[in-house]
Ligand binder design. Structure first.
Ligand code: NDP
Length: 329
């Protein structure tokens, strides 16, 4: 363990479930990397909707809880026998071993992705979780073909803007939803062909598709959109429910899928799609290429100091944000 390391780390943590006010920022001992791990000095950590479910208690966690699995920074120490990223190298990850709402975090070297020189620190922090999510949704959960018409919700959001751009790069036609006209403009700038409102989207999707419905819906909004998403699908269509920004979806009567045309429903999560080194390397090499080719631009909607993680959560939950939110130590 090198001796010129800082004496302490700072973390933002919750000691109980609750609102955004439960977060406090405190000093803690610098974490020591175990065998196979690296210690990363954080340049920026990504804020993701899942951390609001964990903070509020919708998803149970152990306390004290330091949120965050996504972060980018520089390797400053290695555990025994660690191969992979070297001290001084820039890395990014969606799979940190300790919370990334912190000045330093640990990650298994195998899960630390080396950042190419032409990718900035900000891009490196903003890309991985929402980028890898968009990548698996459209390439693995349901593989979208050129010319296909697709519905994705919350088109001005973090995942939403990346999904739209990657879908357009594939040659798909993208229909999305947003809650305000300002957000509609952002979704359009990301490339959406149609931006609808939440109240009438299912009827409008039928009109746009001349009564056929779409072959796939990517729904991260959940409770408020789920029924409309089913109504938007054509025969044998697939509903990919990947989140619940408006709340969790209640139990579903499977006969509903029969009545509506032999539909498919799946509820994926990123870790089921980053199962090994090959899968991780494939997704990240394609995402880095999309960035450097100009197919993908990352829109940073807000950068907050680590001590204001609660404000970031409040803004995210109140639908005030667009694009990616970052925390800087
Ligand atoms: P976003 O930036 O998309 O923020 C959420 C957006 O959802 C809001 O901006 C809002 O956009 C929309 N929304 C609709 N109804 C509500 C509501 N009642 N309360 C709050 N927001 C609402 O967040 P992320 O990009 O981080 O995440 C998007 C979704 O993807 C989340 O559900 C998240 O859990 C999920 N996710 C799932 C993953 C997986 O692997 N399964 C991985 C990553 C994210 P508008 O105002 O336009 O409606």
């Amino acid at each position: 363990f090198p001796e010129d390391l800082p004496g302490a780390a700072r973390v933002t943590r919750a000691d109980q479930a609750g609102g955004p006010e439960v977060f406090t920022t405190v000093e803690t001992p610098l974490p020591e990397p175990g065998p196979g791990q690296v210690l990363v000095e954080t340049r920026a950590a990504g804020v993701n909707f899942i951390e609001t479910y964990q903070r509020s208690g919708v998803y149970p966690v152990e306390y004290p809880f330091v949120p965050g699995t996504e972060g980018a920074g520089t390797v400053i120490a290695q555990g025994d026998g660690t191969e992979g990223p070297q001290i001084g190298q820039r890395v990014t990850t969606t799979e940190a071993a300790t919370g990334t709402y912190a000045s330093h975090f640990l990650v298994d070297a195998a899960k630390a992705v080396t950042v190419p020189d032409d990718v900035s620190d900000e891009q490196a922090a903003a890309l991985p979780l929402q980028g890898a999510t968009a990548h698996y949704l459209i390439n693995s959960t349901y593989r979208v073909a050129p010319g296909e018409t697709v519905l994705t919700h919350a088109g001005a959001g973090g995942v939403g803007q990346i999904l739209t751009q990657l879908l357009k790069a594939k040659g798909a036609r993208v229909i999305t939803t947003t809650s305000t006209s300002e957000k509609a403009e952002i979704a359009q700038a990301a490339g959406a062909d149609y931006v609808l409102t939440y109240d009438t989207f299912a009827d409008q999707v039928r009109e746009i598709t001349k009564g056929e419905g779409v072959s796939v819906v990517y729904d991260g909004v959940g409770k408020d959109t789920f029924t409309g998403s089913l109504e938007s699908l054509g025969v044998r269509g697939t509903l990919v429910l990947f989140g619940g920004a408006s709340g969790q979806v209640p139990p579903l009567d499977l006969q509903e899928l029969n009545r509506r045309g032999g539909l498919f429903v799946t509820r994926p999560a990123l870790h089921w799609y980053l199962r090994n080194a090959e899968e991780r390397a494939w997704r990240f090499s394609e995402l880095f290429k999309s960035l450097t080719d100009g197919d993908l631009t990352l829109n940073i909607g807000g950068t907050y100091p680590l001590s204001e993680a609660g404000r970031a959560h409040d803004d995210l939950e109140a639908r005030r944000t667009t694009g990616k939110l970052l925390l800087t130590p």
